[in-house]
Design a protein around this ligand. Sequence first.
Ligand SMILES: [Mg+2]
Length: 337
Amino acid sequence: MIIPAPGNVIVEVDYSSFHVLTLGYNAQSRAYMDLARSDAHSYVCAHMLRTRIKEDTKDELELATREHISDLAGWLSLPREALLDKLGWIKHHYGKGLRQQAKAGILGIGLGLGVDKLHSHNEASFNPSVAEAEQWIRDNPQATFYDPGTKRMRRVSTFPAEIQVMLAQEKLGKAAAKALRELLEKLFPEVFRWQFRIRQQAARDQFLVSRYGGIRWFHNVTEWNAQQGREVPGEDAEAAIAFFVQNDAFGKIREAMIEIWEETPWGRMMNNTVHDSLVFDVPEHQAMECAQDVARIMQRPAKMLKHPELCPEGLVCGVEVSIGKNWNELKVVRLEL
Ligand SMILES: [Mg+2]
């Protein structure tokens, strides 16, 4: 547990979906950038719901959901407030459930994860419950699974009961990850095209240089697969896809840290950085002042991330401020900047 000095509080200022935003920026996708600034997870979740609600459902939430997403195709052209309302409703009703899968999928594409890793890194989100797996086994008694002992496929009922459930969970979870990946490719083809191009560039040049001057070497972006008779992604493929997305965000975070140090007293009170947030240990009566200065500086346009149409002044990412007596009691604070 992180506890501030006596009489102090912790102020955390956290970028919102920065890596989703830098991915949209790199892919020059205004839609993806807009969603990063609203709630991409709920938007994707709404699309997942479209195919999940059965025609003859009597469930109240499902009926309300069907009504709610009936105009989904036009959501991205709605005024911002209306879009936020739509997405907020989804988050409210599906935040603990299906939206977690959407979130895993969006974070996964940013990191260049394929279907298998997307699934294995997020089994808790993708795998169905034991009860659902058991129901599936009852509905699909013909299903067969590979048995490494005999190196053959065997009918599901010939495995021990707990193994049956595990196998079914694995199969259904992987299928869910695959379906999500396909949905994302359909929703944001420009993002995947950009990732493909960057991978090719990294494979050809064996290095990438970011806008903030970071260089990273790649030796194995693609490798020859003799069995398949073609080039396949190698062990550096994910790193190549993630490099600009991550380096752009961290370049801006470093820029903000330097400015906080040079322009304010708070740099000396910074004690941690967690993913894309900055954490300060400050006297309680100065907490709001610190939060406002830091939030203002972090939300300045990124000097090296400009685009003539998407962000001529530089990319701006929003932040969320939390203040609390310790790491466990942080509360989100709304600031007027
Ligand atoms: Mg964050």
